[in-house]
Write a protein that binds this ligand. Sequence first.
Ligand SMILES: [Fe+2]
Ligand SMILES: [Fe+2]
Length: 240
Amino acid sequence: MTEPTLERPFTAEVANASEAHALGPEYVRAVGKVISSHVRNELAGAVVFDEPAIALAPAPKEKWLACRIAMEEYGHHLKFNKLAAELGLEDPLAARTLSVFDYELRTWTDFVVLKAVVDLAEVVLMEELKDCTYLPLRHLATKLLPEERFHVAFGRAASGELATAPSNRSALTQAVHDLVHFTLPFFGRSVSPNNELFRRWGIKHRSNDESRVEFVTRCRRFVVDDLGLGFPAVSTSWSG
Ligand SMILES: [Fe+2]
Ligand SMILES: [Fe+2]
């Protein structure tokens, strides 16, 4: 097989872990990096945001929704972890989690905006995996997307309700500004050897900046059109 390039990426479907290993260590390393990152980040999100949000939720209905979301995020971690184990990856939890998890969640308002903003970033990434050459990852992303979209829809609806009260608007604006800035690095550096590796092997199709632009476009629409708030000035490139 000729080495895949950015101009002529790998396009065949890889049905399972043994087919991935048969393609060679570079393919396993590439798909392994994407899976491991989801193993780590789904768990980090559940621990630092979703589970604490149950205590921040103001009433039983919101607690129930927060429980459901936390349950689903822990479930995502477990499902990605199963793919990691099938592929024989070394401890996916060994590396650092993304900087977005350094965001300090203080209020229920922060949480609902976080679901609308950060989970939108997750949706953008997972939508791309629906065309991934590694079929177990393609199928898992396809299966989990409705739950991620539900998290975003929950965040949007709850933020929209809060935005109807003028007294909430400054807290909402602050949360939007902080969370958008925390989320931009989520997509990785503009110049990224990892992203090139993923694209050469057909695991991803977009550059990190293209994904960031997609996120900013959709997030801006929500903030400006739905909430009627200002969107922060952002750069769609990031160099670390
Ligand atoms: Fe998730
Ligand atoms: Fe989510």
